[in-house]
Structures are given as structure tokens and as C-alpha cells.
Design a protein around this ligand. Structure first.
Ligand code: NAD
Length: 487
């Protein structure tokens, strides 16, 4: 057995304290060798003026232990409060969100008796970077950032997870038929990393049809790795169709820290009544035990828990009355459920598949090695304008006259991605947000930033209202910008 591992524990709000007590009692009865530091988070911390939901001393504990076992909290309604989860993820660099979504048929009702999926969601970038702007009266923008290190880390994590947990296949979902550069990078990195794991199958689906397929035949999937937004949505879909939102745990993993929790919230209406199901948090605790290298303890807890569910010892949310099913035998409260799991310690399930965690199945990724920088050449610029003149031809002719010169020429204007000048269609609806694309007049001859500054001066002097620019580059000779629809 390893030395006592320090962990930071937060009992949270609502049902949090009850399910945390139950979960800790179970993992300690299984022989977990942990040293608990308790911190206060959630409603009380928010109301005491800590906008992140956590006092500074609590952050000190987390930075020390780097393992966070967290019960759900209540986020107070109203403005000014930041999501504790988002803050913890970002400040501790928790790049991977891992959520097993398993059905426990026939003991828990589900339409998908054979489902056993693990969703691995990228946690730090994509549309969740929180970089949003209102640019005109009509148009708002959210930046979608996908990086090579971010993609490599999460995809490699998914393959390592699959290998460590005896999984057979890793699937990626993206929308790279539309977002050819951002989702295209994620897909490309997926193919590159997949080639390093010949022992595992790999496949890619476009996220729309892939999601439909996952909701219909989840048994065809195994580990699924996704960029942040798709992962956020699909991890809830997967947990719901497994029939077990109340039973799912999740891990947030970073290079130097990790956080483990249930996926549900603090269920305030059920608080203090010894009713809540501690299973989601307990399964988060099982993932924590694997992470800290106590795989055998994790296995004992998980198998005793499966046996309890199988024996029909159920909290109210899982309990089903009558002869209809015959699987629920006894309705119990939070404490009695924990007692029942403890009483089954050392036992294995008989109908459900027992779990086994290999010794040392915690995952350690190799450090990311940056690639040598590509040869980057500036060849043009997109100038975004705010204009209420909705006639693209009048706007185009005027800006062309103002903009051309100094080695740059207008090649097209588009409106929300659709080309409207030259030769646009009169049917295209135009907002007040225009993109004017300028390229070097001598093809293949790079331009200088000063030419762009001069262009903006001419555009401004002619009375146009530019709101932002995007430089157009070639990276190693390849265009590093999307072409407009109809360009
Ligand atoms: P919730 O998950 O707390 O509850 C939804 C429903 O599920 C309720 O009907 C509840 O009775 C039931 N439920 C949830 N967990 C259960 C359990 N362990 N056993 C039995 N029944 C359970 O979602 P909500 O009501 O939308 O949110 C309540 C609060 O929780 C909000 O303040 C929200 O911000 C917060 N929240 C916190 C987290 C977190 O800390 N990670 C996650 C989600 C929501």
C-alpha cells in the first residue's frame, strides 16, 4: 500500500454533506490510505464575498494536495458569481473531463442495456475560452480557439485511458466538413495520435450524425474524445440515456492536479433528509483512488457498489415499486445505502460485469514538445467594417476606390461568410457587418504590416468604420485562412 495520500475534500451544499460522508465512509472502509484536508466551498464562501466560491486558504490546500474530491455546490442566483468548476478547471489546468456513462440493466431502467461509453471532453479551449465581442449593432462574435497542444493532450489522454482500461476503440467527433481549420486540426491530430496506438481501433464521425448514432446505438461506441462544446452536450446526453444521471461520476484531470465529483448538482429540495443517492460522488471517488495509485481499493469499492445495486438495495431515485421489474428489493436512505456497500466489501457482482483496475492505471502523459515554427508569410488582410449601407455594390465600389493602392487590392466582400461583392446575389440578406478581403497585388510577394496600417488609414480617411482586422498568412506556403462561401 502507498503512503497516506493527502487529498482536499469539500462537502459542498444541499445534499453534498450527506453524500460526501457516505462516500468517504465507504472508501475508508475499503482501506483507502488518504489524509483528508477539509475545505469550505460553495454558497457560504460566495456569500462571504469570495466570487470564485472558494476562500484563499482553500486554494492553498488544493495547490498543496493537488487532488480535489468535491461534493456539489449551490451557485447563488444573480450576477457576479463565477462558476467554481470553471475557475478550478482553468486555474489548475484540468484539461481532460472524463465521464464514464454505463448502463446497469436490468437494475437501473434504460433503453440501452449494453451501453458502456467513456466521454473524454477537452476542458480548456474551443468556444469556452470566453472571448466574446459585440462588433456592430447586429453582430456578436465568440472566438473558437483550438490549439495543437490542447488537441494533442486530450487525444493522447483518450488513447492512454483506453489502453489503461482495456478498451478497444477511440472515436472522435468533429464538424470538420464546415470548420475545416479548427475542427480540421482536431481531426488531423486525432489521426496522427491514433497511428501511435495500433493496438486500438479508431474512427471519426461528423458530430451531427455521430451524436444521432450514439443516442440510437450507444453500444457501438467505447471511448469518445471531443472538443469542449460537443463534449459538454454529448456527455449529458450519454449520461441521460444510460439511465443514470444520478449515478455518474466524473474526473477533471490536469498535468499536476485533478478534481473528482458527481455530475449532478446539490439537489437542495432533497437536502438533510437522508434521501440522496451517493453513487455519483462515490464513483467519482473510485476514479480518484485509481488516480492516486490505489487501484485495488478502487476495485473493491466499485465491485461492492455494483453488488449492492444488483442486490436491489436502492435509494428512492433508482427504486422501482411492484412486480413490474422485481429488481428493487429494499428502498434505503443515504446512510443505509453506504452501510449496504460496506457490508458487501470484498464481494463481486454476479450479473453485472465486475470491474478490474490494473495496478498503476493512473495515466501520466509525456510532456508536449512544441514543433519548430513554420515559415509564415503575410499575404493579405481581412478588414471588418460596420456599415448600415446595405447595398453591397455601392459599399464595394466605394471601399475599393478608398482601399486599393500601396500593393494591396480588394478581392471580395462578404457578409457573415457569404460573398456579396463583386457579383453577389440580390437575394442574399446583408447585416451591418462586412468583411473586406485585400491581397497583395503581386501574387506570391509578401506584404508588410506597415502596408496594412496604411490601408486602414485610407479606409478610415474615406469615412469607413473598421471594427477589426485579421491578417492573412501562408504557413509553409499553405493558405492559413478559410475561403468565403462563393469566393
Ligand atoms: P440537480 O442535479 O441538483 O438536481 C436535479 C434533479 O435530480 C432533482 O430533482 C434532484 O432531486 C435529483 N437528484 C440530483 N442528484 C441526486 C442524488 N444524488 N440523489 C437523488 N436525487 C438526485 O440540478 P439542479 O436542481 O438544476 O441544481 C441545483 C443546484 O446545484 C444549483 O445551484 C446548481 O447551480 C448546482 N449544480 C452544481 C453542480 C456542481 O457542483 N458540480 C452541478 C450541477 C448543478
Amino acid at each position: 500500500m502507498a503512503n497516506k495520500v493527502p487529498i482536499t475534500v469539500a462537502h459542498g451544499d444541499g445534499i453534498g454533506p450527506e453524500i460526501m460522508d457516505a462516500s468517504l465512509r465507504i472508501i475508508q472502509a475499503a482501506g483507502a490510505d488518504i489524509d483528508i484536508e477539509t475545505i469550505e466551498i460553495g454558497e457560504k464562501a460566495y456569500l462571504a464575498g469570495h466570487t470564485s466560491g472558494m476562500a484563499p486558504e482553500a486554494w492553498d490546500s488544493l495547490r498543496r494536495t493537488r487532488v480535489f474530491f468535491k461534493a456539489p455546490i449551490t451557485t447563488p442566483q444573480g450576477g457576479g458569481y463565477k462558476s467554481l468548476n470553471v475557475t478550478a478547471r482553468k486555474s489548475l489546468g484540468l484539461y481532460a473531463n472524463v465521464r464514464p456513462c454505463v448502463s446497469y440493466y436490468p437494475f437501473v431502467a434504460t433503453k440501452h442495456p449494453k451501453m458502456d461509453i467513456v466521454i473524454v471532453r477537452e476542458n480548456e479551449e474551443d468556444l469556452y475560452a470566453g472571448i466574446e465581442h459585440r462588433q456592430t449593432d447586429e453582430v456578436y462574435q465568440c472566438l473558437k480557439l483550438i490549439s495543437r497542444p490542447g488537441s494533442e493532450k486530450i487525444i493522447r489522454y483518450a488513447f492512454e485511458y483506453a489502453r489503461a482500461n482495456n478498451r478497444r476503440k477511440v472515436t472522435a467527433f468533429t464538424k470538420d466538413n464546415i470548420m475545416k481549420m479548427t475542427d480540421g486540426l482536431f481531426h488531423k491530430v486525432f489521426d496522427e495520435v491514433a497511428a501511435e496506438y495500433p493496438d486500438l481501433q479508431n474512427e471519426h464521425w461528423i458530430v451531427d450524425i455521430g451524436s444521432a448514432k450514439m443516442a440510437d446505438t450507444p453500444e457501438d461506441f467505447d471511448v469518445i474524445v471531443l472538443p469542449n462544446l460537443y463534449g459538454d452536450i454529448l456527455s449529458d446526453v450519454a449520461a441521460q440515456i444510460a439511465g443514470s444521471v444520478g449515478l455518474a461520476g466524473s474526473a477533471n484531470i490536469g498535468e499536476g492536479a485533478a478534481m473528482f465529483e458527481a455530475i449532478h448538482g446539490s439537489a437542495p429540495r432533497r437536502a438533510g433528509q437522508n434521501l440522496a443517492n451517493p453513487s455519483g460522488l462515490l464513483l467519482g471517488g473510485v476514479m480518484m483512488l485509481v488516480h492516486i495509485g490505489q487501484s485495488q481499493v478502487a476495485e473493491r469499492v466499485h465491485n461492492a457498489w455494483l453488488r449492492t445495486i444488483e442486490d436491489g438495495i436502492h435509494t428512492y431515485d433508482v427504486y422501482r415499486r411492484g412486480v413490474e421489474t422485481g429488481v428493487s428489493k429494499q428502498e434505503v436512505g443515504t446512510r443505509e445505502f453506504a452501510d449496504a456497500v460496506i457490508a458487501r466489501m470484498g464481494k463481486q457482482p454476479e450479473t453485472l460485469k465486475p470491474v478490474s483496475y490494473a495496478e498503476g492505471s493512473g495515466i501520466k502523459l509525456a510532456t508536449y514538445t512544441p514543433r519548430p515554427p513554420a515559415k509564415r508569410e503575410l499575404v493579405g488582410v481581412d478588414v471588418f467594417l460596420y456599415s448600415n449601407d446595405r447595398d453591397p455594390n455601392r459599399l464595394g465600389d466605394a471601399i475599393k476606390a478608398a482601399g486599393d493602392g500601396d500593393g494591396l487590392a480588394l478581392t471580395m466582400i462578404n457578409n457573415r461568410g457569404q460573398r456579396v461583392y463583386p457579383n453577389g446575389l440580390p437575394e442574399t440578406f446583408c447585416s451591418d457587418h462586412w468583411r473586406c478581403r485585400y491581397f497583395a497585388t503581386q501574387p506570391g510577394k509578401p506584404i508588410t504590416p506597415t502596408q496594412i496600417v496604411n490601408l486602414l488609414n485610407r479606409v478610415q480617411a474615406a469615412g469607413f468604420d473598421f471594427i477589426k482586422t485579421e491578417n492573412l498568412y501562408l504557413f509553409d506556403g499553405e493558405p492559413a485562412y478559410s475561403v468565403g462561401q462563393g469566393e
